[in-house]
Design a protein around this ligand. Structure first.
Ligand code: SAM
Ligand code: SF4
Length: 327
């Protein structure tokens, strides 16, 4: 099994299927045109499936497809179908900005996908444009609606930004509450392409909880939650609506981390903030055996550090921004 030197067992793999995206969130993508990985450098679906089979043999049972924007990768439902055939996987989920969901949600559902996290920071058109540098709010809302109709289990991911999205906290929580969707607020992390992150731009989890309980009603922690999940979950005391808080900066959850990441260009990362990676693609394309692949995965887990050091003077922002890592 994949147990690291701090006793953490790894069963969760995030797979980035592309670094391309159809919007340009400023806390992720650069202002200028990003340089993307060429198509020949992307892992093929067959290569991803092979990697997943080996990882599943070592105890990985949860997979999340992400990016960049995963829905811009052609034929994504085919990959879902292929992964559904890996018997050891108990959970396959998708994280998307939602723009292409109205078109693709049905075929993904037919392929076997059941869980989707839709990224939506604001319901305000002007702020959506300011954050994403695109005017596409309606498409995200339409995508969410289609997902609900198709019976997906949906969550909303909202990045919380001090000085910008405070007015969005309550409307997003109410919007989600009315639809039976959990909204998860994520603290802004130093993973933006332009290196603009500063601690004073992080809207802290405790402040978000204060705003919600003051403006909507008291919140209580949900007891029956997975202790290894990044979100701390709450429900409103009146029974209506769930809130998740991903306090990566103010309350790091590295101590219970169970995650590994495979980038679109085939590198294995053992932490979002890792500055080193292992070359899966070179093994896959250089005739490596499944046992070599397994060895590489074990090495990644073995070498995992205790946790990110955002609060220390030693912290170095990783050379890859979020869109290139796979969030
Ligand atoms: N494009 C998809 C999306 O936006 O959901 C999937 C990839 S995106 C990199 C995954 C998640 O990362 C998004 O839901 C967004 O909330 C989060 N994210 C991106 N940049 C971030 C940052 N600098 N700090 C915190 N979260 C970030
Ligand atoms: Fe694209 Fe997601 Fe990054 Fe926004 S957060 S630019 S939607 S990859």
């Amino acid at each position: 099994m994949l147990i690291d030197s701090f006793g953490r067992q790894h069963n969760n793999l995030r797979i980035s299927v592309t670094d391309r995206c159809n919007i340009r969130c400023y806390y992720c993508m650069p202002e200028e045109t990003p340089v993307f990985v060429s198509h020949s450098e992307l892992l093929t679906f067959e290569e991803i499936e092979r990697f997943v089979r080996v990882a599943a043999g070592l105890g990985v049972n949860k997979v999340r497809l992400t990016g960049g924007e995963p829905l811009v990768r052609r034929d994504l439902p085919l990959l879902v179908e292929m992964l559904k055939r890996v018997a050891a996987l108990t959970d396959i989920a998708l994280t998307t900005n939602g723009l292409l969901l109205a078109e693709q949600a049905a075929s993904l559902r037919s392929a076997g996908l059941e869980r989707i996290n839709v990224h939506l920071d604001t319901l305000d058109r002007a702020r959506f444009r300011q954050i994403t540098r695109r005017d596409e709010l309606d498409r995200v809302l339409e995508g969410l609606e289609v997902c609900k109709q198709l019976g997906y289990r949906v969550k909303i991911n909202a990045v919380a930004l001090r000085g910008l999205t405070e007015p969005d906290i309550v409307p997003l929580a109410l919007f989600a509450r009315e639809r039976g969707i959990e909204v998860r607020f994520i603290e802004f992390m130093p993973l933006d392409a332009d290196g603009q992150w500063r601690r004073d731009l992080v809207l802290f989890a405790s402040e978000i909880l204060d705003i919600l309980s003051r403006e909507i009603g008291p919140l209580e922690p949900i007891q029956e939650q997975d202790p290894r999940a990044p979100a701390a979950e709450f429900r409103f005391a009146d029974g209506g609506g769930r809130i998740g808080i991903i306090a990566s900066v103010s309350r790091p959850f590295c101590g219970s981390c169970n995650r590994l990441r495979l980038t679109a260009d085939g590198k294995l990362r053992n932490c979002l903030f890792a500055t080193e990676e292992l070359d899966v693609k070179a093994l896959l394309r250089g005739g490596g055996s499944d046992s070599d692949l397994g060895g590489l995965i074990r090495q990644g887990v073995r070498e995992k550090w205790e946790g990110h050091e955002i609060h220390s003077a030693k912290f170095v922002q990783p050379p890859r921004p979020m869109y290139s890592i796979g969030g």
